[in-house]
Design a protein around this ligand. Structure first.
Ligand code: ADP
Ligand code: MG
Length: 244
């Protein structure tokens, strides 16, 4: 469904994503792991079209979207839930969810909106309140709910568990599995390696913009090199990562 080849992202002299190949089959949950600064967000932003690919190609559902606009990618079913949620705190919960319908050309978004309210009763109860009153976990639900209103085929989540309490993290990962069972493919960027590898079928590990490991989630979970060398979770992490 998603086929990324030789993807490069550059910001001036910073080469944030280096020749990344990544595949995701329809119905899969794939995770992308890596230390801070590894290029995870840059990769997702390139897939969404917010930053230009300096090189390489992005195919989605049989079409070359390398040069497509972000709006076009949303219309074709790719939706990013960005790092830090990026909800509009001065708008109401309902207004935030309506943003997800913005690019829908069909009239069915009302049904999807209703499904979001059914799925998240907390959001339904707070529908006319400013999004700023929501807890961190509820804000993440709102960000995901807004994505669902666009009726995505692929949701790309950038560190959705960041800053959430352990209980909410569990709920979040359960939600991700549930959405996937409902037919949505998931590309999951996470720093919570253990949970991400429990949830995904395959994973990629980025280091300084490159894919340094790509394997089944099971193999990655059992790979001692993962935590030690690439995720900065060990005292012996390479100096290059410690400076990031
Ligand atoms: N808008 C930007 N302008 C310049 N450099 C950036 C920008 N965004 C990210 N970078 C740099 O690109 C590299 C990868 O960052 P990022 O994709 O945010 O990594 P991650 O999400 O894995 O933490 C880092 O060196 C970061 O400083
Ligand atoms: Mg990031």
């Amino acid at each position: 469904m998603l086929e990324v080849r030789g993807l490069d992202v550059r910001y001036g002299r910073t080469h944030a994503v280096r020749s990344v190949d990544l595949d995701l089959a329809e119905g899969e949950i794939v995770t992308v792991l890596g230390a801070n600064g590894a290029g995870k967000t840059s990769l997702l932003r390139a897939l969404q079209g917010a930053v230009r690919a300096a090189d390489g190609s992005i195919r989605f559902a049989g079409e070359d979207l390398t040069h497509a606009s972000p709006a076009d990618r949303v219309r074709r079913g790719m939706m990013l839930v960005p790092e830090g949620r990026q909800i509009f705190v001065s708008m109401t919960v309902h207004e935030n969810l309506m943003m997800g319908a913005y690019l829908r050309s069909d009239g069915d978004w009302m049904r999807d909106l209703k499904e979001v309210y059914d799925r998240f009763p907390n959001l339904a109860e707070r529908r006319d309140m400013k999004a700023s009153v929501l807890s961190g976990g509820e804000q993440q639900m709102l960000a995901i709910g807004r994505a669902l209103v666009s009726r995505p085929r692929l949701i790309m989540l950038d560190e959705p568990s960041l800053g959430l309490s352990p209980l909410f993290v569990n709920n979040l990962f359960e939600l991700i599995r549930e959405l996937n069972r409902g037919g949505i493919s998931i590309l999951l960027v996470e720093q919570n390696t253990a949970m991400a590898l429990e949830t995904a079928s395959r994973g990629y590990v980025l280091e300084l913009g490159r894919v340094v490991l790509a394997d089944t989630a099971e193999a990655l979970a059992g790979d001692p090199a993962l935590a030690a060398a690439y995720l900065g979770g060990h005292a012996a992490a390479p100096a290059a990562i410690q400076t990031l």
